[in-house]
Design a protein around this ligand. Sequence first.
Ligand SMILES: Nc1ncnc2c1ncn2[C@@H]1O[C@H](COP(=O)(O)OP(=O)(O)OP(=O)(O)O)[C@@H](O)[C@H]1O
Ligand SMILES: [Mg+2]
Length: 472
Amino acid sequence: MQNALTGVSRGSKLASQLLAFGRRQPLEPKVVNIGRFIRGLDDLLRRALGEEIEIETTVSGGLWNTFADPGQIENALLNLAINARDAMNGRGRMTIEVGNAFLDDDYALEHADVTPGQYVMLAVTDTGTGIAPEIIDKVFEPFFTTKPEGRGTGLGLSMVYGFARQSGGHVKIYSELGLGTTIKLYLPRSHASEDLVVESTQKPVVGGTETILVVEDDEGVRATAVEMLTDLGYRVLKAADAASALAVIESGVPVDLLFTDVVMPGALRSPALARRARERLPGIAVLFTSGYTENAIVHGGRLDEGVNLLPKPYTREALSRKIRYVLGSQQQGNAAGPAQARTGASLEKTARQLSILLVEDEAIIRLSSVDMLQDLGHDVQGAANIEDALALLRKAPFDVLITDIQLSGSSGLELADEASALHPGIGIIFASGRDSLPREREGGILLRKPYDAAALASCLERLGKCGASQTS
Ligand SMILES: Nc1ncnc2c1ncn2[C@@H]1O[C@H](COP(=O)(O)OP(=O)(O)OP(=O)(O)O)[C@@H](O)[C@H]1O
Ligand SMILES: [Mg+2]
């Protein structure tokens, strides 16, 4: 059992670090004072570093606030601290420094990813081995590690880098062989006042006695969630899809929290379920859960305001914490006045449903793109190569063809010509890792890889085939 649990938690950590590197982690940014925030992490760092490492923390006075996901700040700091520990062989001094920083035009000229401006800097310095100049450019690469098998996966710094970039920040390494390393993480300044509900993940598990409706199509996952919640003291109802969940809610039983999977089979989609549940029970709290990071409720890597998401797989701790948090905020809101129903209205798709053919030879990209397009409300078919694509095109018309330019052994450009010949009005989008389309296709629509749901949606809008202006 222990081995299985360790395996699952390692897999889940791996997935989330890769997502962080790909800047696809759903972030929940808050206004945070990092100085105050990291004081709450003393214990955690102490435990991670062991007895023999001295930890010194300096926070400069008048520290600005920053706008970033506190859970990820904690993760980044922990990764940097563990790297420092490993570099010092468990002995030495680690310094954490937090201060205001201004990155000026000159600095921005030297660093392509920097927008000049005000940042909050979090620096971690160690007195360890240092990083050799030959590998310093590689350390952010996913899976780059110099540690023996089983000790490092090479994802720590990739996560830090992806998180910084996704948050509009920047990372810089200074290192000297034999002397030590400083890694500086810059996060953008926020002028807003600090959000109060900044909690560290290191809190004990608490349950409750509210009623929770669990909606999940996978029987095993549903049974586990029900059992964990029952165990935590909650009264639990369950449903296998959105339609039966709605039936439960409409039957009039009081439900305090709707805990629903995002991606489920059936015509009723989970955002619509949430909206209808709120119409019926205005005080109900809603928590979504999903194993996918781009879906009906995550847009462009960011959760919609007021929407709560628990990523899968989750532990009992994560579940209990998130449930309490969501119930707590809802109860505060309910006490404050008539429920300002934060309905799923913004989640409803206004665009017209399109029939789309997506051609991509990389299975993972194909599957996730099909998923994103479906979540945008479209009818999608995927094809892995030109032959399959042509067979589909001959069978039925499509509104839009999205094709990779470089398909193994053949070209998406030729496919586009054939598609246009078969269906003259078809809209065409080319996906490519390059910055521009080949000259003969100038003026065509380029979907730059890697892309997210927002990029897909905006390309479809540019085609003029969907969006408010066009009524079908
Ligand atoms: N503070 C440091 N001092 C010296 N070398 C470092 C330091 N931080 C990172 N490195 C080097 O960069 C490599 C990549 O670091 P990264 O955190 O991405 O992966 P890892 O520590 O090897 O594995 P993981 O963090 O996934 O357990 C390390 O293997 C190490 O060689
Ligand atoms: Mg590491």
